[in-house]
Ligand binder design. Structure first.
Ligand code: ATP
Length: 241
């Protein structure tokens, strides 16, 4: 059985104007659980995340975060309530220093300078390379380091749920592994993780539960063991679905 829901959707549909992309999705992320959202390019994974985090307004259905319906809440209100969305493409402030990126991640939270410093130190223990580069411009970091910074910028807010959109994209295999090890540490701290990934095998090693999205609909759900044997998943990743 799964833990109580941190995040839950009921018949959620999300699209762009009249174009329905995500259709009637029921998804749940339990407290402290790691959940994968799998699916081919264009299946609607990023669109679904945006609907969850308030960047897109759902066209129908509900999102419940911590048991509270999020309709009408701005994306920022969800951030301050503990939801973090690490969007695709390493959205960092390239012309600011690494340290300032972390401080900018916290600027909406009413924290004392001491608390801000200690949160930076905490994420630096997770990402020592960011500590070494704290005073350098973020745009000068390698791709992998920029991805770590994007994740770190979410973690300084101490979210209860972090949603990540393909954090491994474009990274060398050793860095992909580093991202997964970081996510394992994050999860071990009790943070729920919703991970969109194309690195399917490694993702299934990491998560407790997974959803497969095809053409905007959930077509398979289960534990990694259940999904690994599923024809639907096999076909989806052989591109025959
Ligand atoms: P990828 O791995 O390529 O990011 P995805 O599963 O995240 O794929 P989405 O990015 O959510 O898929 O896209 C799903 C569908 O929505 C695609 O058909 C895409 O063309 C369409 N789409 C994405 N962004 C927009 C937009 N801004 N306006 C209209 N349609 C869009």
């Amino acid at each position: 059985s799964r833990p109580a829901a941190a995040l839950q959707t009921v018949d959620l549909s999300v699209g762009y104007g009249p174009v329905a992309v995500v259709q009637r999705v029921a998804l749940q992320v339990g407290k402290g659980e790691a959940v994968a959202l799998l699916g081919a390019n264009g299946a609607g994974k990023s669109t679904l995340l945006k609907g969850l985090s308030g960047l897109l307004k759902p066209s129908a259905g509900k999102v419940l975060f911590g048991g509270v319906e999020t309709q009408g809440l701005a994306a920022e209100a969800l951030v301050t309530r503990g939801m973090a969305h690490v969007a695709e493409g390493r959205r960092i402030f390239r012309r600011e220093t690494v340290l300032d990126n972390l401080l900018l991640g916290m600027y909406r939270l009413k924290l004392s300078p001491g608390e801000r410093d200690s949160r930076c130190e905490e994420v630096f223990t997770l990402f020592p390379v960011l500590k070494q580069k704290a005073g350098l411009l973020a745009g000068g970091l390698s791709g992998g380091q920029q991805q770590m910074l994007a994740i770190a910028q979410a973690l300084v807010r101490k979210p209860s749920l972090v949603m990540l959109d393909e954090p491994s994209v474009g990274l060398a295999p050793n860095l992909v592994e580093e991202v997964f090890r970081t996510l394992e540490t994050v999860r071990a701290q009790g943070v729920a993780v919703l991970l969109v990934e194309q690195v399917v095998e490694r993702t299934l090693e990491f998560v407790d539960y997974a959803y497969l999205l095809q053409n905007g609909r959930v077509t398979a759900t289960g534990t990694p063991a259940e999904l690994a044997g599923s024809d639907v998943v096999q076909r989806a990743y052989l591109g025959e679905a």
